[in-house]
Design a protein around this ligand. Structure first.
Ligand code: UDX
Ligand code: ADP
Length: 452
């Protein structure tokens, strides 16, 4: 059997590497039109930073795992084609700012239709609106080379930073297919691939639309928990309660559970906001404005939280940060990844620059050029924004530190040394609640957390 995956990004790369590792008899080829990305997958410096990924790729690459730019060749040869291209939120036209931009999906579907001469199972891996499979099917139906297609939905639930662990040991694998004999057969073929390492009872099969919708709903529920605790963090700051204590107390209720209750400067990442906006758009399109408004509140609360964090910095520094040096520690949207999509750090840095602060960012894995491009736009420079090579360098001569990503190394910095090199009074804003505020205060810092 041959598998091809179109799109060598944060989802396609790690997912295919793990399939190749676990199924040595299957040839897995990951293709992308981005030649630089493919070259990186074939080098010692992978384009995606994920703990444990280097080892998986090293074992399978060249054996039954290949990275290539020959999109058409790989499609022609494959039995199963995973579609893992990006589906960003539309920035133009109808549904701008909310609907998913399906241009990459459509272009892939057209290529598959053109190139295929043998039966193919097409697997949607990207997060996409409900009923996208139908669009893909319609485009494939226009294929004139006589190939037959089955379209499946197989959403990926891995979280970045823990992708390899999540792929090795998923809570569940979800496969949606058409409820016809041919659809059932295709579902079984894909289920058999996963069953090599995932227990059968964790492989759930549904109809196509249920599977597509479940991905959006899972992410909406997870993000909703974060917005809920972040809403409470504002109340805690106003009243003197400690949000971590509240989260701990409510999380002990087994009906609520302890996970995803960490108050923060706001959720980021390529999925949560995009998927909720998508869900909101879907509800509006189906004439359900009350449902749309309900879920939109989750995104509104997240925007509020990011603004609230930078506003608190300005307020605490005597209502002006103009010409003050602020060290921003962390830029990735969470620890253990170099991904910055929708990172809260982007908004925090922009807000501080708008207040005329001098911002110095340090992140252990994000490249300086990416930081500059995310904040200012590609090729744009601003002398007020700089990138440091360490947390110590960033904090030297700073008036304040803002911890925006929960990298482990920020927990164990020598804060006494850092304090000594800062302007006084020295402030620290922990947007992730990872450092001990009492300890920092004892060192002399004016230290604030989120909701505490
Ligand atoms: C998410 C889903 O978890 C995953 O199942 C789906 O496939 C893709 O979207 P990801 O975005 O990679 O994964 O990371 P996740 O761990 O969910 O974190 C998302 C954001 O929420 C991060 O910015 C994180 O810092 C933040 N977060 C998470 C909190 O602020 N508090 C929490 O308690 C948990
Ligand atoms: P994700 O987080 O969903 O994996 P990424 O943006 O990291 O998203 O990866 C998507 C990849 O899909 C990109 O590397 C992009 O170049 C690739 N891609 C998009 N459209 C096509 C296409 N038509 N053919 C091949 N690759 C594509």
């Amino acid at each position: 059997m041959k598998i091809c995956c179109i799109g060598a990004g944060y989802v396609g790369g790690p997912t295919m590497a793990v399939i190749a590792l676990k199924a040595p008899d299957i040839q897995v080829t990951v293709v992308d039109m981005n030649a630089t990305r493919i070259a990186a997958w074939n080098s010692d410096t992978l384009p995606v930073y994920e703990p444990g990924l280097d080892e998986v790729v090293r074992q399978a690459r060249g054996r039954n795992l290949f990275f290539s730019t020959d999109v058409r060749g790989a499609i022609a040869a494959a039995d199963i084609i995973f579609v893992s291209v990006n589906t960003p939120t539309k920035t133009y036209g109808v549904g701008s700012g909310r609907a998913a931009d399906l241009r990459y999906i459509e272009s892939v579907a057209r290529t598959i239709a053109e190139v295929s001469t043998t039966p193919k199972i097409i697997v949607e891996k990207s997060t996409i609106p409900v009923k996208t499979a139908e669009t893909i099917q319609q485009i494939l139906a226009a294929n004139t080379n006589g190939a037959t297609f089955q379209v499946l939905s197989n959403p990926e639930f891995l979280a970045e930073g823990t992708a390899v662990v999540d792929l090795f040991n998923p809570d569940r694998v979800l496969i949606g297919g058409e409820r016809t004999p041919a659809g059932d057969a295709a579902v079984k073929t894909l289920a058999d691939v996963y069953a090599r390492w995932v227990p059968r009872e964790r492989i759930i099969t549904t109809n196509l639309w249920s599977s597509e919708l479940s991905k959006l709903v899972a992410n909406a529920f997870l993000a909703q928990r974060i917005s809920s605790i972040n809403a409470i963090s504002a109340l805690c700051e106003a009243t003197g309660a400690d949000v971590d204590e509240v989260a701990n107390a409510i999380g002990k209720d087994s009906r609520i559970g302890p996970k995803f209750l960490k108050a923060s400067v706001g959720f980021g990442g390529s999925c949560f906001q995009k998927d909720i906006l998508n869900l909101v758009y879907l509800c509006e399109s189906f004439g359900l404005p009350a449902v749309a408004a309900y879920w939109n509140g989750v995104v509104e609360m997240n925007d509020y939280q990011k603004r609230r964090f930078s506003a608190r910095i300005v307020r605490s520094l005597f209502n002006t940060v103009a010409d003050k040096r602020i060290a921003v520690l962390g830029f990735a949207f969470k620890k253990d990844t170099n991904d910055t999509r929708e990172s809260a750090a982007i908004h925090v840095v922009r807000d501080l620059l708008a207040e005329q602060a001098n911002v110095v960012v340090y992140d252990p894995k994000v490249a300086a050029a990416d930081i500059q491009a995310d904040v200012l736009g590609k090729g744009v420079a601003n002398p007020r924004l700089n990138v440091a090579a360490s947390a110590y360098e960033a904090a030297l001569n700073a008036h304040a530190i803002a911890i925006v990503t929960e990298w482990d190394e920020f927990k164990t910095l020598d804060y006494a040394k850092i304090f000594a090199g800062m302007h006084k009074p020295a402030f620290l804003f922990d947007g992730r609640n990872i450092v001990d505020l009492a300890h920092l205060r004892a060192l002399g810092f004016r230290a604030h957390g989120i909701g505490r």
